[in-house]
Ligand binder design. Structure first.
Ligand SMILES: [Zn+2]
Length: 277
């Protein structure tokens, strides 16, 4: 009985193996014939060498907040505007590449359309099946057509985690080139270090303020001994605040050297003055 089962088993394996091997070789034979003899594919190859399309580089951004207040206050647009201060030149280059692709793709497709005829080969097809040849030729044709990106987009993703790094939630938004160009135009309206467009300036300030992570906040409290640097009052994270010595509204940054611990009333008193206590 066992011998009988084994014989059946090996026979089936042999037949399946043979079938796979045969179909692989037949497919290869068809493929080689098409690649060597298809008049249409040779034309596509020729046209492809005459066109140059750009590959676009992505400037998607992803940022993690460990402070829910900042995560809620800062929109994806705010974050993009902030980043554009540093990436705008590179992003404009990508937008222009996409425009170039868009301007040339139509002519390319028109040329391709003109040569879209299948089943014409340089040699007799012999014993090969014509319908199978045409089907595979069409597949190859579709693979060879160039499909450059013609639209530039930037995806911004903001993530909220707990201080431990545990994921809480996220939000994301995709910005198209025309929207990005408006932001860049507004960013370019500057007087010294200040942006003339108020909504741009507000967005940048919100993101800058949000750069004080909870980790940084506790580092500053610790450094200052959990005391207000002005009046010396002791406190904890509920009644102590982090103050920007050079206020954000005056171009101050959220870096350790520009931060100090103040109690709520001393912080109010200081306002937007520049005082290191
Ligand atoms: Zn105080």
């Amino acid at each position: 009985m066992l011998v009988f089962v084994l014989i059946i088993y090996f026979s089936v394996c042999l037949i399946v193996g043979l079938y796979v091997w045969l179909s692989y070789h037949i497919k290869k034979k068809y493929l080689n014939f098409i690649l060597e003899n298809s008049i249409t594919l040779a034309e596509v190859k020729k046209i492809n060498t005459q066109y140059h399309f750009y590959v676009l580089i992505s400037y998607d951004e992803r940022h993690t907040y460990d402070n829910e207040k900042f995560y809620e206050a800062i929109s994806c647009a705010d974050y993009l505007i902030y980043q554009l201060q540093f990436t705008k030149t590179k992003i404009i280059t990508e937008i222009n590449k996409a425009k170039y692709n868009r301007n040339h793709i139509e002519t390319y497709y028109q040329e391709i359309k003109k040569i879209e005829h299948f089943g014409y080969f340089r040699r007799e097809i012999g014993k090969l099946k014509k319908d199978k040849l045409i089907k595979m030729e069409k597949e190859l044709f579709n693979k060879m057509i160039l499909r450059p990106e013609t639209l530039y987009k930037v995806k911004i993703q903001l993530i909220l985690t707990k201080m431990s790094g545990q994921f809480v939630k996220r939000k994301e938004q995709i910005f198209l080139a025309n929207q990005i160009e408006i932001f860049i135009h507004d960013l370019n309206q500057k007087e010294g270090n200040f942006f003339l467009n108020k909504s741009i300036w507000d967005a940048i300030c919100r993101v800058e303020r949000g750069k004080v992570t909870n980790k940084m906040r506790f580092f500053i409290y610790n450094r200052d001994g959990y005391r207000c640097r002005r009046c010396g009052k002791r406190g904890d994270s509920n009644n102590l605040e982090i103050d920007h010595i050079l206020p954000i509204s005056k171009g101050g940054k959220s870096i350790v050297g520009n931060l100090q611990t103040l109690c709520e009333s001393c912080n109010k008193l200081k306002g937007t003055k520049v005082i290191r206590y």
